[in-house]
Write a protein that binds this ligand. Sequence first.
Ligand code: GLU
Length: 486
Amino acid sequence: MSAPVRVRFAPSPTGFLHVGGARTALFNWLWARHSGGELVLRIEDTDLERSTEEMTTAILDGLEWMGIDWDEGPHFQSESRDNHRAAALDLLEADAAYACFCTVEELAAERKAAISRKESYVYSGKCRAIPPARANERRDKGEPHTIRFRVPSGQTSWVDAVHGPTRFDNRTIGDFIVLRSDGAPVYNLAVTVDDRDMQITDVIRGDDHISNTPKQILLYQALRATVPRFAHVPLILGPDKRKLSKRHGALGVSAYQEQGYLPQAFTNFLALLGWSPGDDREVMSQAELIEAFSLERITGKSAVFDVQKLEWLNGQHLSMMSGLAVADLVRPRFITAGIATEIELAERAIWFGELMAMVKTRSRTLDDLVVQARPFFGGAIEYQPDAVAKFWKDRKMARELLGVAASYVDGETAFDDLEGMEARLRALCEERSVSAGKLMQALRVALTGTRVSPGIFETMAAMGKSLVVERIEAALGYLGREIEAA
Ligand code: GLU
């Protein structure tokens, strides 16, 4: 039986949690949860100058918002420096590594020569042949040196869970540095030693690390450690097929949170960037994603980031929630926007839940909900130019229609009887010889300022008679002024 799955998410806290990193985290989490394994969180803070605590906090907050939990950690890579150095010394002892005394100038000259020959640069291996005893003497004297890994001849290959058999000719790798002259371990050594010590079975990370993988495999072999399985997830591209950036509307995870996306929609969206369940399902809960996830179904092709799809998925997840659950989520936004106070919303909790149930089907984000629900609260509204152009184009006609609407509302006593309301309004329209359809459109603009809203009778019922009367009066006033000014 193979060892239980242990995966890790290993972000460098040198920047915010962005879409690519969030997807890597998600895939690791889904794989851990799907296979009953464990997720280790490791903060790779070895670049002390660029790593900040603020970024670490932002990464943890982002994961938490996405609903990604971990079983171990966060470990901080900088705390394992001694292990990394010890491994470098083990390599030296086994002659799998050697001390390199080449100066920066010498290496620059090598590089320059390779470039002029139009070759890609690998280290010449000049210090390979220094006898260990001689090298030790020079080290003891304090001569500056790095420790380089002695890359054997041959090829390094692995079966990538995403890309299948992958092979590198070792000649293209070149003896690489594992310990810098100041004693700092380099990324490839630190990662390999940590993954070994943390008993990671599956390394799931971005395609941009593929060229590091042969180096890491060689290190595992030299350290006599079990090589984990690798799954390299393809890059995320913008709709123009270029590397994803802010230009494409890709932002840090916290920005999606602020904009009112639901974490379950955001993770659903990320999961579909490079993975699919193998059937035509798109809207999936986290439980469904966990159930369906497998490394085999990650595609080798790059995925395209499409904000509209994220919006669509958000709308789908929103419409699956109950009105009261939506109300809980969105309440702070109404308060911040100054639309209602916490107390007012608490006093009208049931009404607010019903309002959310009504507007959620036409909303894609939490901000949309606020915009759509705003007219249902008191106070003045703005008439949207597109709505005015379409349904109040003929101002006199609009005024006439709203006049009929006003007399209908005046006589209406059952504001909760949607069918009866419609029948009574239609009867009145017939009596006054006006089009009921046109009246409802003009009325919608008067009540909500917009072209689209929930059904007009539902809208009136949710607003209540006095607000409806107030809005029609305001619209009649506005139209009157417009007619006079014309
Ligand atoms: N810290 C590395 C990064 O953020 C990840 C290393 C890895 O996954 O092997 O790119």
